[in-house]
Structure formats: C-alpha cells, structure tokens
Design a protein around this ligand. Structure first.
Ligand SMILES: [Zn+2]
Ligand SMILES: [Zn+2]
Length: 459
C-alpha cells in the first residue's frame, strides 16, 4: 500500500478500456480516478468525448479542455497575486508527488521562457527518499526542467529518520517541516533564487487556515497567504500558484498528463491535525460544491485584511547564533538549530545494522537482551529463519493497538527486525522507535538468506 507508480496510455481510452488509477496519500488516504468516457460531449468544446468532471462544478470535460481550465486558473492566480515575472529566478521544490509535479508542468507550459529551477531535497528517509528522487528525475527529464538535488545526509551528516532518537520521535512531520523551511532558504541563497514556488493547493491552504484559526494563532494566520513577501532582506518570496485548485483535480491533472508519480511511501505519514481538518472540509464540500471557494474568499477578502488591520506588531529578527539565518525566536537559536542541537546530543543514532555489524554490536551482551523478529510471510519463515527469530505478521504495522500489545513484553530488550529487502522491517523499526522501543533494522537481509547454513528450520 505504500508505493505505486502510474502509467496510462490514452490510446487505450479510444478502445474503451476502463482504468482505475489509484494514489495513496500520506496518512493512507486513497484517491481513485476511473478514466472512461463520461457520455455526451465535452461541455466546453462540444467536440471531444469528456473523460473528467470538475469537482467544484458539474462540468464534464475532455482532456484538453480540462488542461486549459487548470492552466487558465494558474495563469490568473500568478498574475492576480503578482507572484513572479520574467526577471525572477524561480525555484520549484519537487517531492515526487502529484502536487509539485503538476505545479512544475503547469508553470513550464504557461511560462516557457521564464527561468525555472527544479529542486529535490533528499532528506535521507530510508527506503523512500531514493525512490522519490528517481521519480523527480524522470519528471524533470520529461518536462525539461533543470534539477538540483540536495542530499541532506551527505551534506549535513544526519537524516530526518534520526529524530526518532529525540523527543520529537512522534512528531517527525513537524520536524521535517522546520528542516525543509530552513533548507528552502539555504537553497534559495545558494542558487540565487528570488522566488520559491511550492505545490500547496486549495485544500492545503484552507486546512492550514482553519487549523491556525482553531488554535487561535492569528499571527501565523495573518502571515499565510498565496504570496509571502520576504520577511527580511535577502529572503526569497514564497508563492503558491496552485492555491485555487482543489487537490483532487491536481491528481486528475497528473494522471491525464502522464506525469511520473510516487504515491506516499514515506514511513512518517502521520495523521496531523491539518489532515483531519482536510477531511472535514471534504465532507462539507459534498453538501455544497462551491464551499471551498466560499471559505477561501472569506479568508482572503475579509478575515486576513481584518487581521492585518488589528495585528500591527513588527517582528524583530536577529541572526541565529549558530547558522546566522534571521530568527524571530526569543531563544538565540532558530527553530532549525535547536532541533539539530537536540539530535547532536544523541551519540548513537544507528537504526540499521548489517548482520556482521549486529554480531559485533551485540557482543558482550547477554543473549537474552536481544529479540529477533521475522516479518516475512509465515511459509518462508517456516522454511528457514535466523536462529531464535520469532515470526510476526506484517499486518501489525497497520494496527497500533495490537502492535503495542505484542511488543509490551519486550519493553527493555533490543529488538532486531528483518524481512526480504529490509524495507518493511525498516518501517517496523521506525514505528517502534516512535513508540519508545529500542528497535533496529537488519540491513541487506538477502545476503543472509544466501548463506543457508545460518538459517534454522522452523517446521
Ligand atoms: Zn473539450
Ligand atoms: Zn539557526
């Protein structure tokens, strides 16, 4: 369920082969899109067979009219909010997902002679960042966008996953956000960008507005808009050209235009408060198709101007003592650097060990201090497994209550997980680390399975 790539062949539409395209979002929500002729003619051109319907209006459209409508929306948004012009150097942050892929494609189509730079931040998320990077490379080749890849573990010596060793262990998505914002500024400086464009869409913006509203955080609310001007000299302007497009339509756009996509394979797909609110907004839109646009209009045209009148205080920025980036933090370190310092206090941040490393690592400890878990299919476990290994079902990963119940007896032990490729057992390792267990993943398990003599038959 974590990983999917899509291909569609539009010729197949002509021979009426129906295809259901699926996309798994972070937080395990699923999008489905059945590509099939919808009957009648396209409402806009009155010529072609419609294949897609706008979610906000009951309007059935052919592929080229659907594209034209989305392009018009983005073009008008860029112009209305004066997001950038030809003199700007515009960075587009790509994640491998549908939103940033659609953003890059739309901007390249609409402004062919503008200066765009694709950027991918490889955050070292195990068994995920590499897949996503491959997808981003494919996309950039397809749409002829120059790409700059920044590898966090190589450049700065830590990965996002290592925060499972800190108090942020169950708030990885929030730490990831702080680190990314810091890297956005850093990349902007290094690449001479004047504008940063991100793939935030209508649903993203609305759910963030409402989350901030419910928290009473009006200062942050005031600062959030389709265009964020630099807060201090030298900072790049941040723009959200997709802020008028509902999320589902970006999924349709990406599929219809055959963009290389990665479903959410990020092992940290946490259910954040903003994701819960997104679900509520979706429910309300079922009653009223224009609900999202009404809400957006209230925020942009009524509420934000009121807040701007009311909240006048000017934030004082001081350079962070560690990285030198301007910070409004009362503490003398910026949010990013405070988190890094926390991470640096943890000396041993190993999550993965090869078999040889594990033998060395566990040497001198009593045998009882380690418990080994096999998360492969049961029949393969029975055929041969590591000595003393216990079998557990991979389904436990989806059931946190059962997971905690199963591992409770092993609270003070070291746990070693393995599977076929290391990927699934790595997800177990992260999940249990987040729950406070001392879990490790066995790297390159295939090397062990090749040495049959180390295995023990369990039948
Ligand atoms: Zn049409
Ligand atoms: Zn700093």
């Amino acid at each position: 369920m974590y990983f999917s790539t899509f291909y569609i062949d539009l010729r197949e539409l002509l021979i009426n082969v129906f295809k259901v395209m699926q996309y798994i979002k972070c937080g395990a929500e699923k999008f489905e899109f059945e590509i099939k002729p919808l009957g009648g003619l396209c409402k806009r051109c009155q010529k072609e067979i419609p294949v897609v319907s706008l979610t906000t209006q009951n309007l059935k459209l052919c592929k080229s009219c659907f594209n034209a409508i989305q392009e018009k929306r983005v073009y008008e948004t860029v112009k209305k909010f004066r997001m950038f012009n030809k003199e700007d150097r515009i960075g587009i942050f790509l994640s491998g997902g549908k939103d940033s892929a659609s953003l890059a494609t739309l901007l390249k189509r609409l402004f062919p002679d503008y200066s765009f730079q694709g950027i991918y931040l490889n955050l070292g998320i195990g068994y995920y960042s590499e897949y996503a990077e491959k997808t981003v490379r494919e996309l950039c080749e397809k749409i002829e966008l120059p790409l700059f890849v920044y590898n966090l573990p190589k450049e700065e010596g830590f990965s996002i996953d290592e925060f499972v060793f800190t108090n942020f262990r169950d708030k990885i998505c929030s730490v990831c956000g702080v680190i990314k914002r810091y890297l956005f500024s850093k990349m902007a400086k290094a690449l001479g960008l004047t504008v940063i464009a991100t793939g935030h869409h209508l649903d993203d913006l609305l759910s963030t507005y409402l989350t901030l509203f419910f928290n009473g955080d009006f200062l942050s609310l005031k600062r959030l808009s389709p265009v964020n001007l630099p807060l201090y000299p030298g900072q790049a302007k941040k723009v959200k050209p997709l802020c008028q497009i509902p999320e589902r339509e970006l999924f349709y756009y990406a599929i219809l235009n055959e963009l290389p996509l990665e479903g959410c394979a990020c092992p940290h797909g946490e259910i954040t408060p903003a994701k819960k609110i997104k679900f509520l907004i979706e429910e309300l839109s079922k009653e009223n198709r224009t609900f999202k646009y009404q809400l957006m209009s209230v925020f942009l045209n009524k509420f934000l101007p009121l807040l701007k009148e009311e909240i006048k205080e000017e934030t004082q920025f001081k350079p962070c003592l560690r990285c030198g980036e301007p910070t409004a933090s009362a503490n003398e370190l910026c949010n990013h650097c405070r988190r890094i310092e926390l991470l640096e206090r943890v000396k041993d941040r190993r999550l993965e060990l090869t078999f040889e490393e594990w033998l060395k690592y566990s040497q001198g400890e009593s045998k009882e201090s380690w418990v080994i878990f096999d998360v492969r299919e049961k029949e393969d476990y029975l055929k041969g497994a590591l000595p003393e290994a216990k079998w557990i079902s991979k389904d436990l990963l989806e059931n946190e209550r059962e997971l905690i119940k199963t591992f409770k007896p092993f609270r003070d032990k070291n746990l070693l997980f393995y599977c076929y490729t290391g990927r699934l057992s790595y997800f177990f390792t992260l999940k249990l680390r987040k729950l406070g267990f001392k879990a490790y993943n066995l790297k390159h398990p295939e090397e062990i399975f090749n040495k049959v003599d180390t295995l023990q038959k369990n039948v």
